[in-house]
Design a binder for this molecule. Structure first.
Ligand SMILES: [Zn+2]
Length: 51
């Protein structure tokens, strides 16, 4: 799967911001294999956020 490149964060995938874990994204409701594990500010508490 192609994931987005972050213009202002070009090394995002080389830092410990994502982990290989299969799951359904709480935001877009699609199946993914890469889970965002960095900090995130939100009113809700999503279980799984894809890139
Ligand atoms: Zn998503």
């Amino acid at each position: 799967m192609d994931y987005p490149q972050f213009k202002y964060h070009p090394n995002a995938y080389r830092l410990d911001l994502f982990e290989n874990q299969i799951g359904r994204c709480s935001i877009c409701n699609q199946q993914h294999d890469l889970k965002y594990i960095g900090c995130f500010y939100s009113v809700d508490e999503p279980d799984y956020i894809c890139p």
